[in-house]
Ligand binder design. Structure first.
Ligand SMILES: [Zn+2]
Ligand SMILES: [Zn+2]
Length: 324
């Protein structure tokens, strides 16, 4: 079988290897699709705690080839995050903060491959008729559901979303249905603004064009940038919440944030990290076919074409994926 193989940071290629053998509590899966995520770019550059050599890819849709629990041909997605179950955090129910957290495509072979072996307890069943291009959003969606849970939003809240990439757009798609308040995306790329307005019919604006005095009960920071975080602070209402969802580069500090404002305006800032116990609900949303997530898959290719997105020599418009 063929796979994308990162031998060590900055060393990537396609390898041919034998089909892996599943253990008793594992299944062999044929990969149908696998989304490219910012984490994959960081793994390539050596900016994470990944284990090398590695077959990356953790946003996986596949089909069971052999399993002791699932029928051959069952369409599935997987929760890549594998908690240890016995550390302090796992025992407190905070499995995503596990001290020994491992992940498919980070510490064991992932989905940029023709086949892979995954633990059965990480597998979630998709309906047979679900479009692979929509289902590759299962894992990102499970992280978004965690962010929504942490925000504890009310259905009358006005909500701002900073960053109109695939993640910000999914927040907006869901919240436009769940809240009767104003849900507005802030995006700086004119091309993305046009796409969001024309193709997705969602509310979007450039921050510079937003002269309104309107403030928001909740702001989801999805740009993963310091200017984005500063925009979030300028948009949040007194007593409001900022959900820090976008991944800012490690080691980078926000200099313009004034703690006095957090104190005097009773602001809350909440980090949202991965997907504890939310995968089941993500799959329920995907299986419902209520949202056209496939519209966000703007770039796709085979394994060798996908390498370019991992090394950042190619940039997708919104989201790239390996599609078989
Ligand atoms: Zn990801
Ligand atoms: Zn643990």
């Amino acid at each position: 079988m063929q796979s994308i193989y990162i031998k060590e940071p900055h060393s990537i290629g396609i390898i041919e290897s034998d089909i892996p053998q599943p253990k008793e509590d594992e299944s062999l899966v044929k990969v149908l699709g696998c989304g490219v995520c910012g984490t994959d770019l960081k793994i390539f550059k050596g900016e994470t705690l990944a284990t090398y050599p590695l077959i990356p890819g953790h946003e996986i849709v596949g089909e069971i080839v052999s399993s002791q629990t699932l029928e051959k041909g069952t369409k599935i997605t997987i929760d890549p995050n594998i908690p240890c179950g016995s550390c302090q955090y796992c025992r407190e129910g905070k499995i995503h903060l596990c001290e020994n957290l491992r992940a498919v495509g980070v510490n064991r072979s992932g989905g940029f491959s023709e086949l892979l072996v995954v633990p059965n307890r990480q597998i979630y069943v998709l309906n047979k008729d679900i479009d692979v291009r929509s289902a590759i959003f299962s894992e990102p969606l499970s992280c978004i559901i965690h962010g929504l849970d942490l925000s504890n939003f009310k259905y009358t809240d006005d909500i701002a979303i900073v960053g109109g990439g695939a993640i910000g757009i999914i927040f907006s798609m869901l919240l436009s249905r769940l809240s009767i308040g104003n849900t507005l995306i802030f995006e700086i790329s004119q091309k993305k603004i046009e796409f969001i307005e024309n193709e997705l019919k969602l509310e979007v604006t450039h921050p510079d064009n937003f002269s309104n005095k309107q403030k928001f009960d909740i702001v989801f920071e999805c740009s993963g940038s310091i200017p984005g975080l500063e925009t979030a602070f300028s948009l949040v209402k007194k007593g409001g919440k900022i959900i820090d969802f976008g991944v800012t580069p490690k080691g980078m500090n926000a200099k313009e944030t004034e703690p006095f404002k957090i104190y005097s305006q009773e602001l809350s800032m909440i980090g949202s990290y991965v997907n504890p116990f939310t995968m089941q609900r993500a799959v329920k949303i995907i299986n419902s076919k209520e949202f056209e997530f496939q519209k966000l898959l703007t770039d796709e290719g085979n394994l060798s074409e996908i390498q370019g997105y991992i090394t950042s020599s190619k940039k997708p418009f919104l989201k790239a994926a390996f599609i078989r």
